[in-house]
Ligand binder design. Structure first.
Ligand code: M6R
Length: 611
């Protein structure tokens, strides 16, 4: 969580840092701060609140300097306050640091530094870093630039945990040092200027040439040069990558919020994720995967591991793998998987889904599976993200940057990509070709069917106006529809703060129906032709007890219900790609009706880089 940004060049750093921070605010937004080097030395301006609030913070108007660092915080250690905000300085005020991640051994390091007469102002784990740098700077035998680098590398050797760090020093007014371990950091190369950021979209309007740092790589940056070092001060070479994303992909582009834009981008996201991977008449091609029949025949278990919405994409696609490949699949939350010693060996194939590629639990789960001999495949939306450096194989969704905290287009793209991977396995294994051909054809028709669903928002908006004051909402469905109910429920609670639960429809009578009384809202997903009658009976049971109903279906229903949202028919396996959209739109309009910040819901951050 937290976003960091940096600039070194000829222009004034302040507006560039503030612009970058506002684009990174989705990563955390309880406090913000920037530091620059002025003629008189280091200057830090920081405060509790959002990036916008920085403009009212004392000292901001007079802040100058052509190099600087910035931070937007999601508090882990110490409540949001001006003192706990970043940048943090050392006791001598010669070093300033911004940090994204967690220093697990900060208490020990604090004691160590206190024993050497260092004092601390904040409750954060970060404040040990500038003081350690100062400590090692004083004891370094190196000279000139290497002395600064030596101090930072030695300080980092003491840190346990995760970090992306930017360091400024008043003694080096033309340089900054950056380093990462298990937290994201990219360097954008310009002409006579360089940029640093937690992610690519935040600085995409300035440059398209990026260096992606690996763990424990340090960059010593000036206006005109970027030198890379390992932790033993040995120089390393790195290639610059040109990113083809369009800068406007990271803008709202006329939409009031990113979430609404991203909901509407789903036809394009799916088209691009399909790309040339499948076509009607030829075999599926996934150049990033290099798995053969001999290997796939040895696999007796597939794990799909992820968090939140990405995990729901796993639930939605488990049946596709099981049906097309005849391999048993378990879907699990990464935070559980990593600590329960799952039975994994070389006959297990593990898929890890993560939009950001930075989710700490998902990365840790992948490392565990790998250490036990399983092959690992990462499904990510972010090129060069941390998980892609750990996995045996990475396959990308091409949804474009997803900025809103609530995931929408990433979810539907993940389902489509997983379906394509299942087809690919099934073709290699020479399983049921009729099913795979049908599924391929239906996947290719998805983008235009999504466009159809997106035309029907008025009815959903009206229903949102009716129910936005509710305290509890229930979502129900059977089979694949239950997985959509889970995702719909998550969407609603995260952006509207309405308590909601998802249940398999058949479970209602085993307890939850006791909660149904007059006027309670029950939202149902109903797309499986074979289960229509059973599901309708469950809906009638709640209606009899006074519930208001909102049904998303592609079936013809004989009964009258309060609100029925019709979606196009498609292959049952991929129906979640269509049935989730009305639920995304419903959550969106309920949040708007309540006057909430749709893109940045309270207490949440887009990438959960701490466990
Ligand atoms: O970046 P990831 O896909 O790994 O993120 C996983 C979850 O944190 C994420 O899906 C979260 O649940 C979303 N806010 C849901 O909308």
């Amino acid at each position: 969580m937290c976003g960091i940004v940096g600039y070194i060049g000829k222009k004034q750093a302040k507006p560039i840092l503030i612009n970058g921070l506002s684009r990174l605010e989705y990563r955390g937004y309880d406090s913000a701060g920037i530091a620059t080097i002025e003629k008189s030395g280091l200057k830090v301006v920081k405060n509790k609140g959002r990036v916008n609030d920085l403009s009212n913070t004392k000292g901001i108007n007079s802040l100058e300097g052509t190099l600087g660092i910035g931070h937007t915080r999601w508090a882990t250690h110490g409540k949001p306050s001006s003192t706990n905000s970043h940048p943090h300085s050392d006791n001598s005020k010669n070093f300033a640091v911004v940090h994204n991640g967690i220093i697990e051994n900060y208490s020990d390091l604090k004691e160590f530094l206190q024993a050497h007469d260092y004092t601390f102002l904040s409750e954060t784990d970060t404040e040990v870093i500038p003081n350690l740098i100062h400590f090692y700077f004083n004891s370094s035998k190196q000279k000139d630039n290497l002395r600064f680098l030596d101090a930072v590398t030695n300080a980092c050797k003491m840190l346990k945990g995760s970090y992306a760090i930017e360091v400024l020093s008043s003694m080096y007014p033309d340089n900054m040092i950056v380093v990462r371990k298990d937290s994201p950091l990219v360097i954008g190369k310009g002409i006579d200027e360089n940029y640093i950021s937690s992610d690519i979209p935040a600085i995409l309007s300035f440059t398209k040439d990026f260096y992606l740092l690996n763990d424990n790589e340090f960059a010593f940056i000036s206006r005109t040069s970027i030198d890379f070092y390992d932790s033993n001060l040995q120089k390393i070479n790195k290639a610059c990558q040109n990113i083809t994303w369009n800068a406007t992909a990271a803008e709202k582009d006329g939409y009031p919020d990113f979430m609404l834009k991203e909901i509407n981008e789903q036809p394009k996201a799916i088209r691009e994720t399909i790309g040339s991977r499948i076509s009607k008449d030829s075999k599926t091609i996934i150049p990033d995967l290099n798995l053969n029949k001999k290997y796939l025949n040895t696999i007796n278990k597939i794990y799909i591991v992820a968090c939140g919405t990405a995990m729901h994409a796993g639930f939605a696609t488990k049946p596709i793998f099981e049906n097309l490949c005849e391999i048993s699949v378990e879907v699990e939350a990464a935070s559980e998987f990593r600590y329960r010693n799952p039975i994994i060996n070389e006959k297990t194939l593990c898929l890890f889904i993560t939009q950001s590629g930075e989710t700490a639990d998902t990365i840790a789960a992948l490392k565990l599976a790998k250490s036990k001999g399983a092959k690992t495949i990462a499904i990510s939306n972010v090129i060069g993200s941390s998980i892609t450096r750990e996995a045996d194989y990475t396959v990308y969704t091409h949804a474009g940057p997803e900025i809103a905290v609530a995931s929408t287009k990433a979810y539907t793209s993940q389902i489509v990509l997983l379906a394509i991977i299942a087809i690919y396995f099934s073709e290699i294994l020479e399983k049921n070709s009729t099913k795979t051909i049908e599924l391929k054809n239906d996947i290719l028709l998805l983008p235009s069917k999504i466009e159809e669903v997106l035309k029907n928002t008025e009815q959903i908006k009206n229903f949102a106006q009716k129910i936005y004051k509710e305290k509890d909402v229930f979502f129900i469905g059977r089979g694949i529809d239950y997985s959509v109910a889970q995702e719909g429920s998550l969407k609603l609670k995260e952006i509207s703060y309405i308590h909601s639960e998802a249940y398999p429809s058949g479970e209602l009578k085993h307890g939850p129906i006791a909660l149904i009384e007059n006027d309670v809202t029950v939202i149902s997903v109903l797309t499986n032709r074979l289960l229509v009658e059973k599901s309708v009976s469950n809906i009638l049971e709640v209606v009899t007890r006074g519930a208001k109903t909102f049904i998303v279906t592609n079936q013809e229903l004989n009964q009258e219900f309060d609100e029925v949202i019709k979606i196009p028919k498609t292959n049952t396996f991929i129906s979640p790609v269509l049935s989730i959209i009305p639920l995304q739109i419903l959550a969106y309009y309920i949040s708007k009706e309540k006057g909430l910040d749709v893109d940045k819901p309270r207490n949440l951050a887009k990438s959960v880089t701490v466990e």
